[in-house]
Design a protein. Structure first.
Lengths: 349, 337
């Protein structure tokens, strides 16, 4: 009788645990700089598109905006891991590179699979961790180079002119890479002179103030190389106030809608759409595949653990194609094909 | 009684000491004007393009938002409090205003009513902060800091991550137009300054604010309704933040939370550098106008000199620490008086 009672208790306990486990939804967390960033919200839209491919009711999306605050990003992630345990997968765009180590260690301790985009400190890679599935980035060097070349060739005398440089945040890997690309292009175009270089911190307002002041000092500017669309929109406002939009050429990166429209209006020479939908969607698809055991970080090929994704250069020439593929039609991806987002493997230094 | 009318040598010594301190106080009070003049002269000599009509217009244009923000903050700081809600509240007002005028996201086209609603939202949130601060007996910095976070959240929710661009012609004219060579936005800020000056100098409200900042207990004993004045001050500050939010949206032509980002620190710097100590009780809006000019001219000059913006942030920090240190010393004299 006692044995029967014990067996009954055990069965009841197991059933309770199974029910609880079955009822526990997987949290797909997306840690971003700010919900005010259109590009960062593309990550979220990508994660939502992936969520739709899962059985209904088994997972939910949680967005963790850090509002450009390093500590907030780490604390929010730690709080989530503490409250949800292993039932989390995580996509992170670190606010600054140094955050990556703290996040990697927190996820390793909590045994939570995660992926990282854009920033990572030198020498800190997924190969050092079991639960860090991959690190992906758009090729920032390539972006910085491509927009620079487009800019230089848009001048009255192609390849010859004076430019101003609007950087993003100095401690940001994306900014450092784009600047490296600019320097490569400058080395190839000796006819380009850099008049000044300022950090606009990815901030529209700050870029507007800096450009207004630049325009007071320099009256022979041919172009402004700008590391992001948000700042480029501020630059355009300042140029418009002086009737110089379209005359002083400007660039951006990220592919936000207003910048795409500015390319159409002739106020911006080019921008590069990073395709956050693809980055966010495939990012969580990788983490989910590791979570379910479909892939293992121990056996994955190196190219899947550190890779570049392709952006889309939008200039006057390519704009109609971009509109057709990304605006009139929402990009749809096959998340079973995990090879798809890989443009090329990242070199590990 | 001596020849000069003093009843005793001690009385004479006391009166002379007070006169000496008043003289020093007046000279120190004029220091911000001297600093501004010094900056303008030096930058005109060393920074190419500083002393040009276009740059003066740029400085005035960049002055508009810190000036409006500092007008509200001056009254709060005169009370001995602070208002940090500007980052979120300014961003919220700017975001919703663009969504309500002709824009790329919504079908609304409410014209100037959008600006009125935006400013009213600022006024309302400021009033709520004042209520919580007074009746919740919570320090103003924590109430307003929390309010900034709440409103930043609402700002982002309002446009759901995809900011709207303004297509409202009147805003575009305001952003680019000038009257007598001065940008329209700066004229708007100067109107707020004029109203603030009248409030400070020619109303009972203004004198009560000074009285409370100087000594709250004494002010209370004289029958001033301290709670009411404090709530009114936070309401006024909220209104100014609302106006700054509208101006920010007009300036960048886009409604997003970054309109408020980084606006509070320069405004506080302007108030303190102008000569209103954080301990309250003295200073005022004219001081803040000078302070706002100093902050704007420094930022402008450093860009013209090609100094990296990170050094600019550091320099601004050093300036505020120096100004606070000086104002604390001055404050002590008031206390010993």
């Amino acid at each position: 009788m006692r044995k029967l009672f014990s067996a009954f208790l055990l069965a009841a306990f197991a059933a309770t645990m199974l029910t609880a486990a079955a009822g526990e939804k997987l949290t797909i967390a997306v840690s971003i700089r700010s919900m005010s960033s259109e590009y960062h919200m593309q990550y979220v839209a990508g994660a939502e598109a992936f969520l739709k491919t899962l059985p209904p009711g088994t997972a939910e999306i949680q967005v963790l905006p850090c509002e450009s605050n390093d500590d907030k990003q780490i604390n929010d992630i730690k709080a989530l891991l503490a409250s949800r345990g292993k039932n989390v997968i995580l996509f992170v765009d670190p606010n600054n590179a140094p955050n990556v180590t703290a996040i990697a260690e927190a996820c390793e301790d909590a045994e939570v699979y995660w992926v990282n985009a854009w920033n990572t400190p030198e020498g800190i890679t997924p190969f050092l961790y079991e639960y860090w599935v991959h690190h992906q980035s758009c090729d920032g060097v390539r972006q910085g180079y491509d927009i620079a070349v487009n800019l230089f060739n848009s001048f009255k005398t192609p390849g010859k002119g004076k430019i101003l440089v609007m950087e993003g945040m100095l401690a940001n890997t994306a900014n450092a890479d784009r600047m490296k690309g600019l320097r490569q292009a400058l080395a190839e175009y000796p006819g380009i002179e850099v008049l000044d270089d300022q950090a606009g911190d990815w901030d529209t307002k700050k870029a507007l103030n800096i450009t207004e002041t630049w325009l007071a000092r320099y009256n022979d500017i041919d172009g402004i190389w700008c590391a992001s669309d948000g700042m480029a929109l501020g630059i355009i406002q300042a140029l418009k106030a002086k009737g110089l939009n379209g005359k002083v050429k400007a660039t951006g990166v990220d592919g936000v809608m207003d910048a795409i429209d500015a390319v159409g209006a002739g106020d911006l020479v080019c921008t590069i759409a990073n395709n956050g939908w693809m980055q966010g969607g495939y990012g969580v698809a990788y983490a989910y595949a590791a979570y379910t055991g479909k892939i293992s970080t121990k056996t994955m090929p190196a190219r899947e653990r550190m890779f570049y994704t392709n952006g889309f250069l939008v200039n006057a020439e390519t704009l109609p194609r971009y509109r057709k593929e990304f605006i009139e039609n929402v990009p749809v991806y096959d998340y079973n094909n995990l090879e798809f987002p890989i443009a090329r493997a990242m070199e590990v230094e | 009684m001596d020849k000069q009318g003093y009843s005793s040598p001690i009385a004479r010594e006391f009166a002379q000491e007070m006169a000496r301190r008043n003289r020093i106080e007046r000279i120190v009070g004029l220091a911000p004007v001297a600093i501004l003049a010094f900056l303008v002269i030096v930058l005109s000599l060393v920074a190419d393009g500083f002393f040009s009509l276009y740059n003066m217009q740029s400085v005035l244009s960049q002055l508009s938002i810190p000036l409006v923000m500092s007008m509200g903050l001056t009254f709060v700081i005169l009370l001995g409090g602070t208002d940090l809600s500007g980052e979120g509240l300014g961003g919220f007002v700017g975001s919703i205003v663009v969504l309500m005028v002709l824009n790329t996201r919504t079908n609304l086209d409410w014209g100037l009513w959008a600006a009125v609603i935006g400013v009213a939202a600022g006024l309302m949130v400021g009033t709520i902060s004042g209520f919580i601060h007074v009746y919740g007996k919570m320090p103003s910095f924590i109430v307003t800091y929390a309010m900034a976070s709440v409103m930043a959240g609402f700002a982002v929710l309002s446009y759901r991550g995809q900011p709207a661009m303004s297509k409202y012609e009147f805003f575009i004219t305001l952003a680019r137009g000038r009257f007598l060579g001065i940008p329209y936005l700066t004229w708007t800020a100067l109107v707020i300054f004029a109203i603030s000056y009248v409030l400070q100098e020619h109303t009972r409200f203004g004198s009560y604010v000074f009285a409370i900042g100087d000594n709250e207990r004494v002010a209370k004993n004289t029958g001033i309704n301290i709670n009411r004045i404090k709530i009114l001050v936070f309401a006024w500050s909220g209104l100014c933040i609302g106006v700054a939010g509208v101006l920010g949206a007009i300036r960048i032509g886009r409604g997003e939370v970054v309109i408020g980002t980084g606006t509070v620190f320069p405004a506080i710097t302007a108030v303190v550098v102008g000569g209103t100590p954080l301990t309250g009780g003295k200073g005022g809006v004219v001081h803040s106008l000078i302070g706002a000019l100093i902050v704007t001219v420094i930022n402008n000059g450093l860009i013209l000199l090609g100094v990296n913006t990170y050094y600019q942030a550091a320099i601004q920090g050093i300036i505020i620490i120096t100004a606070v240190a000086l104002s604390v010393r001055r404050g002590r004299k008031v206390v010993t008086k």
